[in-house]
Design a binder for this molecule. Structure first.
Ligand code: PDD
Length: 279
């Protein structure tokens, strides 16, 4: 694979980042994952808008213009012949001797990008639907900023695997926040789509914004509010959204089937609508 590291394209085996990179030492870095479909970037503008917001919230600087970032994304997709998959982009505050204090202004940020080819539309998990376990949400209080501080989400996903499930839904003060790396939704018995409203508690998903817009245009009723695991267990359907899972149905939570325990019509339809406009 050809990857991008700080101004250079190189084979992945030759890519180097300093051991003093603040992303490595302090998780002082933000990232974006953009989906690639048919060699094209899905909702690149949305991901760039969130990138800028994340940088701003952490008082970090854009390493280059959005046009330049787009050019690198395109070049990597072409160089690696990515038809379907994703591009990962990480920007750290730069590298400096280890100090909790931020490095001096003007320390150059470090940008890294690489591609991953994989089936997204025909992903095995999306075809099958997900088994979920619930776990307490013990992440920090600014989950709206897309930092690389992903230890707990990684532990949660691993715990789900250990329990024979696919992912975890995280619960705070009795209410579901989101999945380990996706937004969480239920469909009520009267057909309403419910998902937690935007706040510091969840990532403001780019797929979430698109799916809510498309769902409203298709005549579904939306409710942006918190819901409990108990309400999810009694729901007709449940699903998640993210750049790499689109809309993926949830079949089971904590061992209890949701609805009929199969991919429901709303999840199925929303996935189709989302893919139609994304390709
Ligand atoms: N994760 N919530 C969390 C905690 C996430 O990490 C993600 C994305 C989402 C969905 O956001 P979006 O629709 O913009 O992808 C929600 C990415 C895909 C990842 O970490 O790989």
């Amino acid at each position: 694979r050809t990857v991008y590291v700080n101004g250079q394209y190189c084979p992945e085996t030759e890519a180097k980042v300093s051991i003093f990179d603040r992303g490595y030492l302090f998780a002082d870095a933000i990232y974006e994952v953009t989906c690639v479909l048919g060699g094209k970037l899905v909702d690149f503008d949305g991901h760039m808008a969130r990138l800028q917001r994340s940088l701003q919230e952490l008082d970090m600087t854009m390493p280059m213009s959005i046009d330049e970032l787009l050019a690198i994304h395109r070049k990597l997709v072409a160089a690696n012949n990515v038809d379907e998959g994703l591009i990962y982009m990480q920007i750290s505050r730069g590298s400096a001797d280890r100090d909790f204090n931020f490095p001096p202004k003007g320390t150059p940020p470090v940008a890294v990008m690489f591609t991953q080819s994989r089936p997204v539309i025909e992903s095995p998990l999306a075809k099958r639907g997900l088994k979920i376990i619930s776990l307490p949400d013990i992440r920090w209080g600014r989950r709206d900023i897309k930092t690389v501080q992903l230890l707990y989400p990684s532990m949660a996903k691993n715990a789900a695997y250990q329990a024979g499930a696919d992912d975890a839904w995280l619960v705070q003060d009795g209410y579901v926040t989101e999945a380990s790396s996706a937004n969480a939704y239920i469909v009520t018995t009267d057909g309403k789509i419910v998902t937690r409203k935007l706040s510091f508690d969840i990532l403001h998903g780019i797929t979430r914004a698109a799916v809510l817009r498309l769902a409203a245009e298709s005549g579904y009723t939306l409710e942006e509010r918190s819901f409990t695991i108990e309400e999810a267990l009694a729901a007709k359907e449940a699903f998640i959204t993210s750049a790499t899972s689109f809309v993926t149905a949830v079949l089971e939570i904590d061992g209890t089937a949701i609805g009929e325990g199969v991919i429901g019509p709303v999840s199925k339809r929303l996935r189709e609508i989302y893919i139609e406009q994304a390709v």
